[in-house]
Design a protein around this ligand. Structure first.
Ligand code: SF4
Length: 208
């Protein structure tokens, strides 16, 4: 079976297994998803969802973040880990959005990754979930499972993103990435691949 065939089978298998492919972060607009995703680095989505209601109540716009101090933002996100770096990024994101983008979150991956603390993973998430453009969100679950499936032998997220862009249908790639996170938490975890419970066991190259 070719890698393309495995990828297409994986898309269908995961679609059947996890019909609801949604981001587990809570947000109402592009700015909130951008901020929530930045906070989610080295932190669980559940923890982020606990701090963002108060954060977004206080800081509603890019201007609100731009006009805040790092310490003020930090008070709201202390439990998210690395909060000093993250609070600085949130304020600087606000300033750049105000100064360079008319306070609007840009709908271009190349522009999004210019924002402080925003990498390709976050930018792809915003592109897919907010702007409904083809996106490949490569997180730790995606790296691990797509390697186990036999779609690549890489460790570098950017290389994997481009490989998956070639293998996955554009209309499916964003949902595929959401579903693979669910599968990585439930079945094909970092500690143990529970192949006997896996919907992709028939074609996975790692399965014993
Ligand atoms: S068959 Fe096993 S290794 Fe392959 S994706 Fe499923 S759980 Fe992971």
């Amino acid at each position: 079976m070719t890698k393309k065939q495995i990828a297409l089978k994986a898309v269908e298998a995961l679609k059947n297994e996890y019909p609801d492919a949604i981001c587990s972060l809570t947000y109402d607009d592009p700015l909130q998803l951008l901020i929530a995703t930045r906070l989610a680095a080295q932190c669980t989505d559940a923890r982020v969802n606990m701090v963002t209601p108060a954060l977004f109540e206080r800081f509603k716009t890019a201007e609100d973040f731009a006009n805040a101090t790092y310490d003020e933002v930090g008070e709201y996100i202390k439990t998210c880990g690395l909060y000093k770096t993250k609070s600085k990024d949130l304020v600087e994101i606000g300033k750049m959005l105000v100064n360079d983008y008319d306070s609007v979150v840009p709908d271009s991956l190349d522009e999004l990754i210019k924002l402080p603390g925003i990498g390709r993973k976050t930018a792809n998430l915003v592109m897919g979930d907010i702007f409904k453009k083809p996106a490949v969100v490569v997180d730790t679950h995606c790296i691990r499972i797509t390697r186990r499936l036999g779609l690549h032998t890489e460790k570098d997220a950017k290389k994997i993103e481009f490989i998956l862009r070639d293998l996955l249908p554009q209309t499916e790639s964003n949902d595929f990435c959401h579903r693979i996170v669910l599968h990585g938490r439930a079945v094909c975890t970092a500690r143990k691949a529970m192949c006997d419970k896996c919907c992709m066991a028939d074609f996975c190259r790692k399965k014993p």
